[in-house]
Each structure stands twice: as structure tokens, then as C-alpha cells.
Design a protein around this ligand. Structure first.
Ligand code: R5P
Length: 291
């Protein structure tokens, strides 16, 4: 059966359809003192859900509550005697805290990975910020690459397109989107990025000529939108055509959508690893390919 965390219900349903497996009904409650209780009544109902040899729990850990809820769903599955518990983290929260950046800091990604590993047999996570976070899980998590899905919502009339990444680390992603968009047609390049704080980034333009051309800027995550809005601002100064921004994980925290709109983006696209209005394409087929 497929079991969903509260924040991943649409993706869990899409995965259930892809895998032709039953979708369980989970319930998400909160006690008056604030404690959470996530339950899966269908685990107790052998008539309703059928074979429970394997439970696939799909839960993006987009908040502390979502983390806790995932641990509860895993435990409920084990408690019900499910023999294989598979955890799918469409978006792994805390993955960007993958080092102790200063003395006295924790390695938060490792901490949450250890907790999640304690009650699961297998972990899959979609396009992690750094694939090395997979090694924090025991056994090592599988990274599901969903970058090619980002080509799907793009308009099919892009003019002489350029596919850019906002930093060198995401160039593979931009190349994957370019390849998936049109058999390798279109140029790719990247900006140089220096991050000064959580919300301040400095973008140095790439050399590619963007005047009059449509540009797709692709990244793994749009969080505060600072990286993307800076990149789009640089493009606007150079007489770009239309600018589309796309990402696997549309976190779009705080005023990110406003920042991007003010920067002049034509559209923001993301996947359903984080369920937002901008989730234009599902990663369910990419995840299903690993079963
Ligand atoms: C960092 O290297 C990531 O790939 C993203 O560029 C970053 O997380 C985006 O964050 P924000 O939207 O807050 O600039």
C-alpha cells in the first residue's frame, strides 16, 4: 500500500496510480498540547486495503511536523507487521545542512537521516541538493533524478532557447532539461553565484548572448527566490526575451513568488515534490521507475 504524509497527498495518489497499488487513508491529528498523531486506519482493516507486505510511505519533510509525522507513519506500519517499509522523501528537509558549517553546528541532514533510517528498509529521495546526503541513511538512500520532468511544462515555442543554471553546481540539471526539451537543441551555461546570507546572493552573468532569446533558468530548489530573482534581473539587463524559471522543489518560501514576479519571470514551474500552485508536473513516473 501507499501511505501519504499530509504534505504529499497528490504525489502519493499519483504514485499509487503509476504502481497500481492501493492508496491507504492516513489521518493527521493534533492533541490540545500540540503533539501530533498520524495514523493509518487502513493498516488495521484487512478487507479494505489488501496485501500489506509492503508499505511505501511518501512524505516530503517540509516542516518539523512533517518529519515527526513521517516517523509516526513508519512506526505505525512496522507496528502493524508490514514486512517491508519503503520511505520516499520527495523533498528531504534539512538536506542543505549537510555539513557543520561552523564550530558548534550540527550536521542536521545526518541527524534527520538517522532518525528516518531507524524504521525503514529502503529510502528514496528525489533530486537531493547534494547526492552525498544519501550516505547519511542506513542503508544508503537512492537518489531519484527527476530533472528531465522539468521540460514537460515548458511551452513548445521557445525562441532560440538558452538553458541556464544559477550556479555551476546545477549545470547538469540545466543540461538535462535542455536534452529533454528538444533533442539537445538549445545552448546551456551557468552563472557564478556567491551567497552572502540566507536571502542575499550575488550573481555574475554568464557570457552567453541572451538578447531576444527565451531563457529557462533551472535549479534544484527555489527557496527564498533570491538566487533566481538575481539571475533573472541580470538577464533583463541584457535584453532577454521571455524568462521561465523551473525547479524540482518549489519551496517558494515567504515572498519568493512576489520577488520572481517583480523580476519579470513569465512563469514559475516546479514538480509535486512540494505541492504548490506551481507544481506543474509530477515526479511519480520517476519514482515508480525504481520499483
Ligand atoms: C543552492 O545551491 C540551491 O541549488 C539553490 O540555488 C538555493 O537553495 C536556492 O535558494 P534561494 O531560493 O533561497 O536563493
Amino acid at each position: 500500500m501507499i501511505i501519504s504524509g499530509a504534505a504529499s497527498q497528490a504525489l502519493a495518489a499519483a504514485l499509487a496510480r503509476e504502481l497500481e497499488e492501493p492508496l491507504a487513508r492516513a489521518e493527521y491529528d493534533r492533541f490540545p498540547d500540540g503533539e501530533l498523531l498520524a495514523t493509518v486506519p487502513d493498516l488495521a482493516d484487512s478487507d479494505g486495503i489488501g496485501d500489506t507486505d509492503r508499505a511505501i510511505i511518501v512524505a516530503s519533510t517540509v516542516s518539523s511536523d512533517a518529519h515527526l509525522e513521517l516517523l509516526q507513519l513508519q512506526d505505525a506500519a512496522r507496528e502493524a507487521g508490514v514486512s517491508e517499509v519503503v520511505t520516499v522523501l520527495p523533498y528531504m528537509g534539512y538536506a542543505r545542512q549537510d555539513k557543520a558549517f561552523e564550530a558548534g553546528h550540527p550536521i542536521s541532514a545526518r541527524t534527520v537521516a538517522r532518525a528516518i533510517s531507524s524504521t525503514t528498509d529502503r529510502v528514496l529521495t528525489v533530486t537531493p541538493h547534494e547526492e552525498a546526503v544519501c550516505e547519511f541513511f542506513e542503508p544508503t538512500a537512492t537518489a531519484v533524478d527527476a530533472a528531465d520532468r522539468l521540460a514537460e511544462p515548458l511551452p513548445d515555442n521557445l525562441v532560440d532557447p538558452v538553458f541556464l543554471s544559477p550556479d555551476a553546481g546545477a549545470i547538469d540539471l540545466a543540461e538535462t532539461v535542455r536534452d529533454a526539451y528538444g533533442d539537445g537543441a538549445g545552448e546551456t551555461d551557468y552563472f557564478e553565484k556567491v551567497r552572502h546570507s540566507g536571502t542575499e546572493v550575488e550573481i555574475t552573468p554568464s557570457d552567453v548572448d541572451v538578447a531576444g532569446r527565451d531563457v529557462v533558468v533551472a535549479d534544484d530548489i527555489i527557496a527564498t527566490g533570491s538566487t533566481m530573482s538575481e539571475a533573472v534581473g541580470v538577464l533583463q539587463e541584457r535584453g532577454v526575451g521571455r524568462v521561465f524559471v523551473t525547479c524540482v522543489h518549489p519551496l517558494l518560501a515567504s515572498n519568493a513568488v512576489t520577488k520572481l514576479s517583480q523580476a519579470g519571470v513569465e512563469a514559475i514551474y516546479g514538480t509535486d515534490t512540494i505541492e504548490r500552485q506551481q507544481s506543474a508536473v509530477s515526479v511519480a513516473p520517476s519514482i515508480a521507475a525504481h520499483f
